[in-house]
Every structure is written in structure tokens, then in C-alpha cells.
Design a protein around this ligand. Sequence first.
Ligand SMILES: [Cu+2]
Length: 123
Amino acid sequence: MIIRAWVALLALVLVLALAGCGSKTTQTAAPQAGAATNLKLSAKDNKYTPTILEAKAGQTVRLEISDIATPHTFTISPFRVNEAVTKIGTQTVQFAVPATASGPVEFFCSIHVGMGGMLQVKP
Ligand SMILES: [Cu+2]
């Protein structure tokens, strides 16, 4: 009787473990939540490209901004991120995605109208 219960428990643990694996079907090497991720953005022609970035909730983002020819900001208001991007050439800004964040949040330059995009926050 005890052995049967133990086998049932083992089977349950196995099923849960497999279910856990099955839920992660993405092929991309997505970083773990909490780990830092490196993203790139170009500021060429006073436009941020790409216009869609992706990070996970709770993650630290190191964002390398290239093609800087004039001062910009990198701003995400709900995250209280407002970095001056003034280094001609390339500058890296680092910010934390709040653990409670989700969905798309806007990033933009507060100097150039229309210079911005969306940061998709994945769980
Ligand atoms: Cu700008």
C-alpha cells in the first residue's frame, strides 16, 4: 500500500515536470527572468529602430544605442526611465523592467516627436 502511494506520487511529480517543460515551446534562447539581456537600438535619422523591443518582467536590460549624432533621451515613463543619450556614436543605457510589468510599454525620445517604439514585456 505504501509502495503504491509512493509510485503514484512519483508519477504525479513526473507529470508535473513534463507539463512544465511542455509549456516552454519557444525556440529562441530567451534569457531567464531576472537575468540581464542585451538589446540594440539605432538612433539613425532621429528614429529609433527597431520599433519593437522585447524583454521579460524582472529583467535588467542593457540597451546599446548606436548611430547617435545629436542628443536624445531614452524614456519609458511607467518604469521611471529617462536617460540622456548624448554620447555621439554609441551609448549603453541600463534599466530594470519591473517584475510586475506586462504587455507593451512605450519607449521614446522626449526631444524628437515620433522617435520611439514599444517594449513588449513578456512574463
Ligand atoms: Cu531623439
